[in-house]
Design a protein. Structure first.
Ligand code: NAD
Length: 433
């Protein structure tokens, strides 16, 4: 099929290359000239495992194009996929300005029938609103389809090629055959529903996963007070298939470009119809506080943050991505800088992006995890990149001023810590050393 994908961010780029990989002709459009220039030289503007090989292979096979020319892309496509951002506004509601702007450009470029498929996460009723907008701008026929995206950064290509399910929301049965043909090579589990339900499925899914995370984090905080071990508790709970073990790892809470904004947007969607979503409000509240467990544990172990040298391992909101949007590291580091601590930062991939958002004379950027720990009073692990679990802890401890390790993701085992010579604090586990 001939597809145009509008927006080449984490979702648009991954979807675009995966649709091309399956033999479709895909034109990826972005308004950011620099992104498009880099992509045309086989260079990905985002870090995502395997993505550059997919870009190169499909560009060379001439199944994939990158352009800033929206009109040309629309005219040469039958299906237009919307994958622009829908960030949070100050009141928590989704900012629809990017998607409205993109839709206006699509309407202006249309020269015949198009299917417009929305992958961006949008509040219930948005596709109907966008359809009215397009109808007010063009006489050409079109249909809107909602196809919310469930990929996770860090495993985005595998998630797209092998999804648990694909959700398609449509309001005309005739569209189902085309949508099934487009998606069947990814999964046979295609759930077709109405547009409003599809829009809600995306928010409800993210809100539910966020709820699991905040739930286990509260259990962890209680475990600390009653002497239980949250790692054992989540293992024991997860063995029950009704509960499942995923999203039950205690830590310093969720971040990223989806859970924080989508939970707030769903609270707002409910609020717009005078429904107070109390459960989700608490989930958000718990998550806001959880990242400061790092600060409480630092205060408990160091007594004084002013003048202390603190190493930070991990800046991205989760491993295998360079995405730092709403990462817990941002607030933690900002607070430590304000308190007068000296910081040594290391992340395998996200340092360049982080530096552009937050830099300060008291921050030193380090080449690896050992360098970030050297001479420190404490080291805090904020992101569970796999390389951190391989660290030789006695070697690192020997270079520290005070041998304190605060593990915000419960990466290290009891055995690793017992032989480390470190004073160790984690989330929801009894003190080991
Ligand atoms: P992103 O910010 O990484 O990418 C958006 C891209 O759209 C940017 O490159 C931007 O330059 C481009 N853009 C904006 N307006 C444009 C226009 N008028 N014309 C052309 N390009 C334009 O965003 P993302 O993380 O890929 O998220 C996109 C959507 O997908 C959001 O609604 C998000 O909630 C949803 N989503 C994201 C993820 C994720 O893991 N990132 C997962 C599922 C769903």
């Amino acid at each position: 099929m001939k597809l145009a994908v509008i927006g080449t961010g984490y979702v648009g780029l991954v979807s675009g290359v995966c649709f091309a990989e399956k033999g479709n002709h895909v034109i990826c459009v972005d308004s950011d000239v620099d992104k498009i220039n880099r992509l045309n030289q086989y260079e990905s503007p985002i870090y995502e495992p395997k993505i550059e090989a997919f870009i190169e292979r499909n560009l060379k096979a001439e199944r994939l194009e990158f352009t800033t020319d929206m009109s040309d892309a629309i005219r040469r496509s039958d299906i237009v996929i919307l994958a622009v951002g829908t960030p949070s506004m100050d009141n928590g509601a989704a900012d629809l300005s990017y998607i409205k702007a993109a839709v206006k450009e699509i309407a202006a470029a249309m020269d015949g029938y198009k299917i417009i498929l929305t992958k961006s996460t949008v509040p219930v009723g948005t596709n109907e609103m966008l359809a009215k907008l397009v109808a007010s701008l063009t006489d050409h026929p079109f249909d809107f389809v909602s196809a919310p995206e469930f990929l996770r950064e860090g495993t985005a290509i595998d998630d797209t090629l092998h999804p648990d399910r694909i959700v398609i929301g449509l309001d005309k049965n005739e569209l189902a055959a085309t949508m099934i043909a487009l998606h069947l090579s990814f999964s046979e589990q295609i759930f077709i529903t109405d547009i409003r339900s599809a829009e809600m499925i995306k928010y409800a899914s993210n809100a539910f996963l966020a709820t699991k995370i905040s739930f286990i984090n509260e259990i962890a905080n209680i475990c600390e007070k009653v002497g239980a071990d949250v790692m054992e508790v989540s293992k024991g709970m997860g063995l029950d298939r009704r509960i499942g073990s995923s999203f039950l790892q205690a830590g310093i809470g969720y971040g990223g470009s989806c859970f924080p904004k989508d939970t707030k947007a769903l609270i707002q969607i409910a609020g717009n119809v005078n429904y107070e979503f109390k459960l989700l409000q608490s989930v958000v509240e718990v998550n806001k506080g959880q990242r400061f467990q790092i600060i409480s544990k630092l205060r408990e172990s160091l007594h004084q943050l002013k003048g202390a040298t603190i190493g930070i391992w991990g800046l991205s909101f989760k491993p295998n991505t360079d995405d730092i949007r709403d990462a817990p590291s941002l607030e933690i580091i900002e607070l430590l800088v304000r308190e007068g601590a000296k910081l040594k930062l290391y992340d395998p991939i996200a340092m360049d992006k982080f530096k552009k958002v937050l830099d300060h004379p008291s921050i030193k950027w380090c080449k690896d995890a050992y360098a970030a720990a050297e001479g420190c009073d404490a080291v805090c692990l904020l992101t569970d990149w796999s390389e951190f679990s391989q660290i030789n802890l006695p070697r690192m401890a020997a270079t520290m001023q005070n041998r304190i390790l605060i593990d915000g993701r419960n990466v290290f085992s009891k055995d690793q810590i017992e032989s480390s010579g470190l004073e160790y604090y984690s989330i929801g586990r009894p003190l080991i050393n």
